[in-house]
Ligand binder design. Sequence first.
Ligand SMILES: [Zn+2]
Length: 293
Amino acid sequence: MPELPEVETVRRGLQPVMEGAKILVAEARRPDLRFPFQPDFVARLQGQLVTGLGRRAKYLMADLASGDVLLMHLGMSGSFRVIKPDNDAAPGEFHYPRAKDSTHDHVLFRMSSGADIVFNDPRRFGYMKVIARNALDEEPLLRGLGPEPLGNAFDACMLAGACAGKTTSLKAALLDQRVVAGLGNIYVCEALHRSHLSPRRIAATLSTKKGEPTDHATRLVGAIHTVLNDAIKAGGSSLRDHRQTSGELGYFQHAFKVYDREGEICKTPGCNGTIKRFTQNGRSTFWCAKCQK
Ligand SMILES: [Zn+2]
């Protein structure tokens, strides 16, 4: 499943061909993805100028001159291709192989920039929805999302406040989208490892009795920033040559310190522990018992 850095990389890949361009043709080639397309989906997109392409958590959001916003989610297996007369590009890299079968090309946007943007999704957990910008606050898909992990609102004080009194594990708290939006299994494992905190630690230990952040909270927020920024930076460098990216496994997996490394030696300097895996809330947790406390 694409995580926040991958979605941000896709955004940066689509931005040059979408922003400032008109959607000349919009095609939904089937009635639904994860949810049915709205009956007026195509009508509200066709002919519209895209004034900006943003991101909230794992949603791409294309602002339209009409006052609508096109919300796009990649789901489990969704990916975009940018097809230009002279090349075929796939922005973003993923931890899973990208589907190449064009029978799963479900949505097409023909842009006035000269590019065709194709959405491919074999498992169809992705979705798209057109929403009036002034109704975004009431949108159920977005309502209740916590702060962006790379935004100003997410800091040690905020995280400590959100975790105060919580008896769930630290890992479960970080996966809770109301606490922080857009973090998934991979980057939570990585951030906990880099901050040397156990995924089993009780979330409330990020906060003092007075509700102030402990050193753990400060360390954890720093680790979340570092791991996400590193992954986005690695994704950005992959955008320079789209041709290399299509169908390849993710670039950032080579930098994983803990995720998917069961049985291997811990990469923390001075620690020679072994990475272990266990199931937590139905997901695989990778950690080092020696340096994560
Ligand atoms: Zn270790």
